[in-house]
Ligand binder design. Sequence first.
Ligand SMILES: [Zn+2]
Length: 335
Amino acid sequence: MLITLKDKFESQKIDIKKLRPKKSYDYCVDKRNDFYNSIFKNKKKLRKMIKTRNCPSCNSKSSKKILKKDNLNIVKCKNCETIFVKDVLNSKFYTDLYKSENYQKIMKKLGNSSHLYRVNRFGKERVEILKNYINKNKVNILDVGCSTGYVLEYAKKIGWKTTGLEINPETANFGRQKRGLNIFQKTINEFKTKEQFDVITMFDVLEHLENPKAAVLKAKKLLKKGGLLFVYVPNWNCAQRLLVGEKNSVFINPTHHLTYFTPKTLQNFFKNFNFETIFWETKGLDLEDYRAYLSKQKKNKSILKNLGNFDIEILQFYINASGNGKNLRMIVKKK
Ligand SMILES: [Zn+2]
């Protein structure tokens, strides 16, 4: 594909106020640890719930500690360099967490109120990226961890056949009842169907899973030959981590995000399944998040002053193009 002149800047036009309405994002960040903080207080109970895992990509036992955050060790696999949380809580803990009332309140604040904005901003963008790699009009898509169904709603609008999976009852119900979407309250491993899909998407899902390989293996079974798997994960090699450090990077959240990929380690991860990588890029709000961080730390006013809007867009463009944007996107194909 030839690169054409960029007559307008298209780095990452995101309206933060619409995406994160009424301080919902701050609420989400503040409240995210409430659920397990109660568990961490009880050391005996905690020891029973914690288990050590091997590398989620290559299954190696051999790893090197990188840092400890929120009481949990984050390590790097000595064999394949995947970064992951070594000691994780058992699966039931996570399923309970994502179904918990508190988590649902967070999603209600964050997801439902910005649904329509997300349909037209992210749903459209993601479906349009996919269309570059698909040569048919009637596409059968499965969106795993579909939240309120904002990607599905856009796909449905252009005539695709849509199915979503979402374990959070609050968001799944919103998508079903308020938006009329075909959403099941199930994980991909629980989902039973005879259908085969042209496209399966997992946006911000793999990093949450204790066993991401099991989910991808199931996705491979549900894909047609030549079908596409499109994933978004946080990018460990991102500017945000380098600018604000691991302790202040919101995406380094070891109670929720259990695996951290880079463009290289994610491609290696998909080689486990004999998938072919056909597209990847990074995009992010690294500098926007950096600015938000600085504005909370009142001592850094001069750096903040120098970060004008124009500079931020151009600089973020460079960061994205060099593979250091916070969000890593990849499309792989079933051979
Ligand atoms: Zn490994």
